[in-house]
Ligand binder design. Sequence first.
Ligand code: MLT
Length: 396
Amino acid sequence: MEKLKNGYLFPEIGRKQLAHMKKYPDAEVINLGIGDTSEPIPRIITKAMAEYSLGLSTMEGYRGYGPEQGEKELRRAIAGTFYRNTGVKDTEVFISDGAQCDIARLQLLFGSNVTIAVQDPTFPAYVDSSIIIGQTGECADYGKYNRIEYLSCSPENLFFPNLSSIRPTDIIFFCSPNNPTGHAASRNQLEQLVETARRNGSIIVYDSAYAAYISDDSPRSIYEIPGSEEVAIEVSSFSKCAGFTGVRLGWTVIPEELRYSNGFAVHKDFDRIICTCFNGASNIAQAGGLACLTPEGHEALQGVISFYKENASILAETLSSIGLQVYGGQSSPYIWVHFPGAKSWEVFAEVLEKTHIITVPGSGFGPSGESFLRISAFNHRELIIEACNRFKRFFK
Ligand code: MLT
């Protein structure tokens, strides 16, 4: 814990927002910081949760503990919806209370005696959980921790790292579409990733939490790549595709073919971890998850995802039109804006002071995020338009 340099990124930003609101009590602060969904969950999904919930007050509908791995029906629906034609079986899907919680449980499984690689920049939970479990050395040059392999992703390499020169590590955390850059790795790039893991004996932890935002033919899952079942775990979530940031529901896939070098199945150990550390996801949330995967639920969600994607294009077009270098936003709800030569916390502070808009400083996602800001498209349309007007006035 002593090696951690700061508090976790998003609560730190929350504190800055509170301080700003105290300083300017009359300002209308627009939050384009943490990626928190803003639009209502389609009624077909909340109705399923409400009915399940009311059923809990009846003798017939009452349920206590469920299986730690999740309800069979939901595991089957996830395998059939997100992993059709990939060979993923329902018994390989573990339902959880969210991808971030599963990342922590995976770190508990891996323990302190492993090395990790991460995209740089990336979602901060991989690095912070690695520090907490004791996998890293001290924080050294440029805010990089010893024993972590940072895979730089920048405009120069089109946000995909050069895998041919990386130091082999036991684990590779890989998020696609990447949070924060918005880059969705292509099939060819994911083939390189799988090939690298196979060559180096690494396990990939593939985070597909933003897969629903992919606009092109990039793979939605690592299991679209042949051979990945022997080297990859996938974590994912209903948060960003179904507005479940508060409801809490996610899943992790561990294929039976994934083995340690001694031949033992990783699947069995993860099962042991979740039975010890988790009592299963809320049964009400799981009823909602099941409703998301009915044809009607799935269709209703596409409308919400399209709405956020339109927000992202409005933001990206506005920021490009005022001459900023803008990335992401096509296959992701995040816009990644470059301010060459500037310090991202300083840009964050100036934007907040002058526009009352909360963003996220790029360096919070890793050293290569320095001089970038991440802007989230999760907000109501009128606030996105108001934010664009404020950006136009500020950057003109
Ligand atoms: C973010 O990057 O804003 C995150 O997605 C928030 C989270 O899911 O923890």
